[in-house]
Ligand binder design. Structure first.
Ligand code: NAI
Ligand code: PHE
Length: 351
């Protein structure tokens, strides 16, 4: 645990243990430079509590960069609930109550929202104990799932990447591999098919693949396959899929998907650049969920303002691609430089 924190540049981390469920609870608060921190609650099992803490710290830093690049007046944080296995509904409610107590102690310095393993229903439960939860169900006064708007942002980002390489945003005949057919992957596949792309999907849950094959007539591959000969590889399951091991195997022209922390190491951005593969940095392209949650619930944006924020993801990515070309750096580095400039400038007035 100690090395995880000494390797991290965040403000602080809160950790506790819940004996009833055998779970470790972590909140990593990375930065409040641009405003109070926000980031989702990830609920899953990890090989060790140190792995869970490491994931929380890295994801929290990505949230800081995501908010900065999206121009949202928020800082970055992340929660991880490391559970030993599937919890009963009663135990899950109990654990979320403990998490809500932890959120309360932070007094609004950090608010959470849904992430892998949690949904609006869980945010409803958190909200019974704390104000600091975005993404409650519409029935409970929240803005509902952020996933469909995340998919819109990813779609805009894929279009910007295609436009950068082909000088046209036309997706007809563009071959896309969507890995992960969950809350983001499914609507993304729908938009891609509607735009004329040729889509291949994969998921570790075969029923999700079957549903999309029936609904959209897409083809499928084994979820372990990422070296498909295609134009765009869109990782929409978990992150850490691009590494020194996987880059040489890739046969795509673009990597652009929803998953957080797609690169095992930031230097993998350079490996993609050297391989001639255009990478849409994850913290830029997957900001649609943050635009949705913060836009509707913190900034009281209208649908039109949220839609403009989602279009902005494509515009920002086009700028990142141009900056990277102009300065001869990887797109990951160009996006980091943009985030760091915004962080250095400090909070800006919002509309
Ligand atoms: P989800 O849990 O609804 O969907 C993930 C899907 O990936 C599931 O269908 C799962 O079975 C599948 N999967 C898991 N491991 C896989 C593998 N090895 N190969 C293929 N499929 C696999 O999650 P959601 O909400 O769709 O999020 C997807 C990714 O996007 C996550 O990494 C999440 O952190 C990220 N993200 C989500 C946002 C949101 O608003 N939901 C916002 C920003 C990022
Ligand atoms: N977990 C999502 C993300 O990584 C959505 C989210 C955004 C949750 C902002 C809370 C706050 O972007």
């Amino acid at each position: 645990m100690h090395e995880v924190l000494s390797d991290w540049d965040g403000e602080n981390a809160l950790m506790s243990y819940d004996a009833r469920t055998g779970s470790h609870l972590f909140i990593a608060l990375h930065s409040r430079r641009l405003g109070p921190a926000a980031g989702g609650t990830r609920l899953r099992s990890y090989p060790s509590p140190a792995d869970a803490l490491r994931d929380a710290t890295l994801l929290a830093r990505a949230m800081t960069y995501k908010m900065a690049v999206a121009g949202l007046p928020m800082g970055g944080g992340k929660s991880v609930l490391d559970v030993p296995g599937k919890l009963s509904p009663e135990d899950r409610r109990h654990l979320l109550g403990r998490h809500a107590d932890n959120l309360e102690t932070l007094n609004g310095s950090y608010s959470t929202g849904p992430d892998v393993g949690t949904t609006s229903d869980d945010m409803d439960i958190l909200h019974e104990h704390t104000e600091h939860a975005f993404g409650r169900s519409l029935a409970r006064g929240g803005s509902g799932s952020s996933a469909p708007d995340t998919a819109v942002g990813v779609f805009n980002g894929i279009t910007a990447a295609v436009a950068h390489l082909n000088s046209t945003p036309d997706l007809h005949g563009i071959r896309v591999l969507v890995q992960g057919c969950g809350a983001v992957g499914e609507p993304l596949v729908g938009m891609l098919v509607e735009s004329g792309a040729t889509v291949t999907v994969s998921d570790v849950v075969p029923e999700r693949v079957d549903t999309l094959m029936t609904k959209y007539g897409v083809s499928s591959v084994d979820p372990s396959i990422i070296d498909l000969d295609c134009d765009v590889y869109a990782p929409c399951a978990l992150g850490q899929v691009i590494s020194a091991q996987t880059v040489p195997t890739l046969r795509c022209r673009i990597v652009a998907g929803a998953a957080n922390n797609v690169l095992v190491d930031a230097a993998d951005g350079e490996l993609l650049q050297e391989a001639g593969i255009l990478y849409a940095p994850d913290f830029v392209i997957n900001a649609g969920g943050a635009v949705h949650l913060i836009g509707y619930e913190r900034l009281s944006w209208t649908d039109a303002q949220v839609a403009a924020g989602l279009r902005g993801i494509g515009t920002t990515l086009a700028e990142v691609f141009r900056d990277a070309d102009a300065h001869g750096v990887s797109t990951e580095r160009a996006a980091e430089l943009l985030a760091e400039a915004r962080l250095a400038a400090g909070p800006q007035p919002t509309e």
